[in-house]
Design a protein around this ligand. Sequence first.
Ligand code: AG3
Length: 278
Amino acid sequence: MGLEVWFTEDQTENLRISCRVKEVLFSGQSPFQQVAVLDTVEFGRMLVLDNIIQTNVKDEFVYHEMISHVGLNTLPNPEKVLVIGGGDGGTVREIVKHDRVKQVVLVEIDQMVIDVAKKFLPELSAGFGDPRVQILVEDGIKHVKENKNAYDMIIVDSTDPIGPAVGLFSEEFYRDIYESLREDGLFVAQTESPFFNRELIARITATINEIFPVTRLFQAVVSTYPGGYWTFTMGSKKYDPLAVDIDKLPKLDTKWYSPEIHRAAFTLQPFVKELLPR
Ligand code: AG3
């Protein structure tokens, strides 16, 4: 038997996930974080930031489809879309599947993430070549502050609420997002695990509920994230994702999202429901 090399993420102080590694394709320190691309036996190529699994070519479709299509299909006319974070490109790849989208702005703080995605994760970064896509390497918090009434949809495709991403989970940021959206806009953020981040989800949904007329929590299964069960939170100024006529949704080439899933993703188990504001 050959040499065994394993990568381990500490998902909590008391829980770890390990993946057998075939090869370390890239490892480098950016001004913001440790950036690595691993070729793993189980999940194929995997992006790891500060030793936290971000995405991999095997299960990435779940997260990227859900963070994009649920919101896009809630809006009648999502012309201009902003992605904050998401430097791997998976979210942009899903957004450009919609003909109604005329412009996508990706604001990623770390150039190194974009570079390694282009080089090692072409399946994800493919959308960067679409002529509607503009990439800005800057701070997303600053960008929303400086661009008022500018977007139909904003997607917060962030890392966990530690280090550089803390501000992307703050009340001030959600208020700036509200201002950065057009009058009938909405936003979707990844909001962690209902097993391990219960206070966070309760706080976020309560905060968004104070700022936006419509607050919705939805879920999907992401096998490499803590608990394997993940949430997304939507704040909307006008449109309710549950009021969408799912029989009229556009046909999309997807592997997780579907009209039925658009509806079903909002069906929450009691232990998740109890996190929502009453
Ligand atoms: N964003 C990371 C979600 C959080 C994963 N957390 C964890 N593994 N502890 C994913 C970025 C993909 N575009």
